[in-house]
Design a protein around this ligand. Structure first.
Ligand code: PLP
Length: 465
């Protein structure tokens, strides 16, 4: 297959860049603790614009990972730069001790996205997704006066001490975090139950089932399992809350059977617990059909957690909740929470998503991309086990054998990633076994970009078969 190449840098530039890359690579491994450096030959970034990243040799890459699902509106968007500059020229930081228009204007704009539940009317601003989940944990425990919390297997809610108990992925698990219960993951592809109508996605699994399109029995079974957990493992069924990513991100873009999130969270709420919707990856239009992922589940969260795309990669995060829950925390302080530059950038993000119709683009181009990837799944022999997701939150799970679903080995995954990178495409990787390609481009990509990415990926996979 002939692949379109973006740019061929000169030999001198490549030589200079590779010497430089070696020394910076050594520095990173000796003096910085960044365990996730992705490529065998490290990628040394010079600058980025829109959906593209440029390395120090001048080579251009199509960025299909977007700073780990963060750069929603594209790299270096001029409106965001203008907003940040304008605020920087006024003042950078004052703390939460004074009234500030930038903070008020952003909170007002953000709350407009919660019109379907006007009780969600209080914003608390923090600096990262982990910190937002930590604060949500604090609020849920204070409000309910309960300690135990529930999250799903394969979930990722951050890895600060308090959220380690909510994150259930092998490498991050620690034995010393008390108070966390782990519910069975309702995964229609890998789980015990799942079939061909489960997912809210243009692409279903190839599993068969006896369900009708409007009633998913897998959902019933997984809710029963949650009920068992409440009956047997939790004192008087009382928990502070249940955390759910609307689509699991780091865990490999796992979607749940239709109806599960609504019924599971109602069960917890009926027993006095809160439903915390983790929208760190699925928020801000990334799923295409809805602005928030939980809306597609028809569920009613008590706390919504957001980060990443909220400010396109500027360190900023928030939770939105009801006033009585926010008050429950009592004394709380956060020096950088509501940083005015973050608020200015986050405000511009909301404008750009609306003005450039990025959610609509995500739905259209994302659906096209999903369908092309599903074709690849069906055409290739044992390799692609599953394609799933919505909009630009897409996962492609690689298997050695479609029957047994034995995960692709890490070396093969890395070889494909390396080959894609060589041909100008950057992808992410995730899942408990590291066997899922995470395809999460900025929301401004075109259909041509999507086609280019599928061609490059297909070529890289075929070479690995
Ligand atoms: C769903 C989800 N929640 C929370 C977090 C933690 O966010 P941060 O890395 O900003 O602390 C992440 C990060 O990947 C995430 O994907």
């Amino acid at each position: 297959m002939l692949l379109r190449s973006f740019h061929t840098p000169s030999k001198q530039i490549i030589r200079a860049a590779s010497t430089n890359q070696k020394s910076i690579g050594e520095f990173f491994s000796q003096h910085l603790s960044f365990p996730f450096l992705q490529y065998k030959e490290h990628l040394h970034v010079a600058h980025a614009e829109k959906q593209f990243i440029y390395d120090t040799a001048g080579k251009r890459y199509l960025d299909f990972f977007a700073g780990i699902v963060t750069v929603g509106v594209g790299h270096c968007h001029p409106k965001l730069i203008e907003a940040a500059n304008k605020q920087m020229n006024k003042y950078w930081h004052l703390s939460t001790y004074y009234l500030q228009d930038t903070v008020k204007d952003y909170a007002t704009k953000l709350l407009e996205h919660f019109k379907d539940d006007p009780q969600l009317s209080v914003c608390l601003f923090v600096n990262s997704g982990s910190e937002a989940n930590d604060l949500a944990l604090h609020l849920a425990r204070e409000y309910t006066k309960q300690h135990e919390v529930i999250s799903l297997r394969n979930s990722y809610h951050g890895v600060v001490q308090s959220t380690l108990g909510l994150t259930n992925i092998t490498g991050f698990k620690r034995p010393y975090v008390p108070g966390s219960r782990v519910a069975m993951n309702p995964d229609p592809y890998r789980g015990i139950w799942g079939g061909r109508y489960c997912r809210d996605s243009p692409i279903q699994t190839n599993r068969s089932c006896n369900c009708s399109q409007d009633h998913c029995q897998a959902s019933d079974r997984y809710v029963e399992q949650l009920e068992e957990l409440l009956n047997y493992e939790v004192s008087k069924k009382k928990v502070a809350g249940m955390w759910i990513e609307s689509i699991q991100g780091y865990g490999g873009t796992v979607q749940f059977p239709k109806g599960y999130v609504k019924r599971a969270t109602e069960l917890v709420q009926q027993n006095g617990g809160l439903y915390v919707a983790d929208e760190v990856q699925s928020g801000f239009g990334r799923t295409g059909t809805h602005f928030w992922g939980y809306q597609a589940h028809g569920a009613k969260p008590d706390i919504v957690v957001m980060a990443k795309a909220i400010a396109n990669g500027f360190p900023f995060a928030a939770i939105v909740t009801r006033p009585e829950i926010a008050k429950a925390v009592g004394t709380y302080f956060n020096t950088y929470g509501g940083n005015p530059i973050g608020c200015a950038v986050a405000s511009a993000v909301l404008d750009v998503i609306r003005e450039e119709k990025l959610q609509e683009n995500t739905h259209q181009v994302g659906t096209h991309l999903l369908k092309r990837l599903a074709k690849l799944r069906d055409q290739l022999p044992d390799a692609v086990g599953d394609v799933r997701g919505k909009g630009f939150l897409i996962g492609m799970e690689m298997v050695m054998d479609k029957e047994t679903r034995k995960p692709f080995p890490v070396e093969k995954m890395n070889a494909i990633l390396d080959r894609c990178r060589h041909n100008g495409l950057l992808l992410g990787k995730g899942g408990n076994f590291g066997s899922v390609f995470r395809i999460t481009p900025p929301m401004c990509i075109t259909k041509e970009d999507a086609d280019f990415a599928v061609d490059v990926l297909e070529d890289a996979i075929r070479k690995e078969l």
